[in-house]
Design a protein. Structure first.
Length: 180
């Protein structure tokens, strides 16, 4: 049986492409002398249509903006706000006061969110607890253990939570609400 070396060659090329590719993602309030620490970026995917980004760090009560397509971000601690405005982004955050999502193909995992506004498309937001959410846009999904207040104004969205608000305000079209 003849074995191809193409997969091995491709893996070697990918490893060489990634070597030495480290840079930083900074929060928008970071100015010289402000004392804010950068969020370290762990690796960058090969150049192409969606270059990607992988980073992790402590929020330190900062405002974070994620705008690079293909980003994969892990934020520990408490964030003042997280704004996501790109495509094909995954963010995992422990605690955040305010979330704003206007991109598409986004996944947000969280332990606790204060308020969130989603106006994007194909967004999945999955916090353990969310105090208030405005779910606009289209084809978006909220799945949570607890939701304090849910407003759905977009089209073909899904909101599903186990505890908290008894119902949602729905002014959109074709939405699915599953309340406790």
């Amino acid at each position: 049986m003849k074995k191809s070396l193409a997969p091995l060659a491709l893996a070697a090329l990918f490893a060489v492409t990634l070597s030495g590719c480290a840079f930083q993602l900074r929060d928008p309030s970071n100015t010289p002398g402000s004392g804010n620490k950068p969020i370290e970026q762990s690796e960058k995917a090969p150049e192409g249509d969606n270059p990607g980004l992988a980073a992790n760090g402590d929020c330190d009560d900062r405002d974070i903006v994620v705008a690079q397509d293909g980003a994969r971000i892990v934020l520990t601690g408490h964030c003042a706000s997280v704004t996501i405005t790109g495509t094909d982004i995954a963010v995992n955050v422990e605690e955040v006061d305010t979330v704003s999502i206007s991109g598409s193909e986004i996944t947000l995992l969280a332990t606790e969110i204060g308020t969130a506004e989603v106006t994007g498309k194909n967004v999945a937001i999955n916090p353990d607890r969310i105090e208030s959410i405005e779910l606009g846009g289209e084809y978006n999904t909220l799945i949570s253990k607890f939701a304090g207040s849910v407003t759905v104004s977009g089209d073909y969205n899904i909101a599903n939570w186990d505890d908290g608000a008894a119902s949602a305000t729905d002014t959109g079209t074709g939405n699915t609400i599953v309340a406790p």
